[in-house]
Design a protein around this ligand. Structure first.
Ligand code: 5AD
Ligand code: SF4
Length: 427
């Protein structure tokens, strides 16, 4: 979501007449996009703001802004913490950046723009911005109404607002005309996408509309909430060949007691049933998820239930986190907080179990011929790299440049973070 927001801002600033630099020492304008979903993300952002302030001290004419969820959360308090900041830009105000910059340069004033009650201000596009890219994002909705008890998102991204399907289709067409082959639809909870102003469009309908776009090879989406994953959406995976067989479906905990305290709205059994439905479509359907350890009151027994679920499901990959208190959330005031050492120890047990499962799932690809969307040269060089339909990295050797093409690769080796194979020529 933040990458998408940064790209939107980049496009607006190019339309405004600015050019990008890849060295912040040369910049006249620096805007830091921030995340506050976990304590660690917030610490990283604060230290980056501190470093950028030192540039401003040397070059006082530089305009320094902070955008994203920390800007939304802290508002004018951020100016007290970091007095050199010129602009605090909330999550719904990105679209008004050019006007705000005019005010800052003309009036020499500092601006805090963090109204969350407004509909997100439409963002401009800059045709050609994505010319050298193969894949891109489109945000289809902003905000979240779920109020999971640990989560700060509803407070910093506001209530759910869906964009019109017309706007989304136009953005998708523009991306495809710039050479984009794969689009990931973004929302805090894409399943509750619903646009009802001039027409009734829900998420499965939106997927069907996008799947008809000429030149678009792949569609993905993130994030889905297990409580809202409908049979209609599951059937889209069977029906639409451009919809990749991968879902990111956060489960957070394997203990029903903790799930209730988290206000997640589903049980462990219901989650298992959903996965069975998805794997019924095809056994190699990739499932990734988010999980947290050390939620207030999480006992060793609760943690064992999480481990048990991880072993039962065999996720392709997991993003795992230590619970951290977020300001203003329900769980901040819950008692029986879990000790930091205990959280770290649970996290490392969980991660080492998942590592083995990830490798086991990757090994299952060996001996298969898979479709790969080529993204360019691999990091280590010498090979080309891309992703298969299940979103796994695949590296292979080729003498010809294939960036942007869909090719077939015979998978020979599997590692924790990637697969390796040989190109099948003649496709
Ligand atoms: N502490 C730890 N992890 C959190 N997440 C969200 N809020 C918190 C928190 N307070 C995790 C969840 C979510 C992911 C984006 O971040 O697992 O799915
Ligand atoms: Fe946060 Fe996701 Fe729950 Fe919304 S659904 S409150 S974004 S964890």
């Amino acid at each position: 979501m933040n990458e998408y927001d940064s790209d939107c801002l980049g496009q607006q600033l190019m339309n405004y007449g600015l050019a990008a630099t890849d060295n912040h020492e040369n910049a006249d304008l620096i805007i830091i996009n921030t995340c506050t979903v976990r304590a660690k993300a917030q610490q990283k952002a604060f230290s980056l703001i501190g470093r950028m302030m030192s540039i401003k001290k040397r070059k006082p004419d530089v305009i320094l802004g902070v955008m994203g969820c920390i800007a939304q959360q802290e508002g004018s308090d951020l100016l007290k913490k970091f007095p050199d900041i010129d602009l605090v830009l909330g999550t719904r105000e990105i679209g008004s950046t050019p006007q705000l910059l005019d005010r800052i340069t003309k009036g020499k004033e500092k601006i805090v723009a963090t109204d969350l009650s407004i509909k997100p201000i439409p963002r401009e596009r800059h045709d050609g911005y994505f010319r050298n890219s193969i894949k891109s994002y489109i945000s289809i909705m902003e905000g979240c109404n779920n109020f999971c008890s640990y989560c700060i998102v509803p407070y910093v991204r506001g209530r759910e607002v869906s964009r019109s399907s017309k706007e989304i289709m136009e953005e998708a067409k523009s991306l495809v005309s710039q050479g984009i082959k794969e689009i990931t639809l973004l929302g805090q909870n894409v399943n509750s996408y619903s646009f009802t102003e001039r027409e009734d469009v829900d998420f499965p309908m939106l997927l069907r509309m996008l799947s008809g776009l000429d030149g678009l090879n792949r569609i993905r989406f993130t994030t889905s909430h297990p409580k809202d994953l409908s049979d209609d959406l599951i059937s889209c995976f069977k029906e639409l060949s451009v919809l990749c067989p991968h879902i990111h479906l956060p489960f957070q905990s394997g203990s029903d007691r903790i799930l209730r305290m988290m206000n997640r709205g589903y049980s462990r059994e219901q989650y298992i049933e959903l996965i069975a439905k998805l794997r019924d479509i095809r056994p190699d359907f990739a499932i990734t998820s988010d999980v947290m350890v050390g939620f207030p009151g999480e006992s060793d027994k609760d943690f064992q239930m999480t481990i048990d679920l991880i072993k039962k499901i065999e996720f392709d990959n997991l993003f795992s986190f230590k619970y951290s208190d977020r300001k203003g959330t329900f769980s901040e005031n819950m008692d029986k907080k879990v000790d930091e050492h205990e959280k770290s120890s649970r996290l490392s047990i969980l991660q080492s179990i998942q590592k083995e499962i990830t490798l086991k799932r990757n090994i299952k690809h060996i001996g298969k011929e898979e479709e790969v969307l080529v993204e360019g040269e691999s990091k280590k060089g010498g090979q080309l790299t891309g992703r298969n339909e299940t979103n796994k990295i695949v590296n292979f050797y080729s003498d010809i440049k294939l960036t942007g093409s869909l090719v077939r690769v015979y998978i020979k080796h599997a590692f924790i973070n990637s697969l390796q194979g040989t190109l099948i020529k003649g496709h």
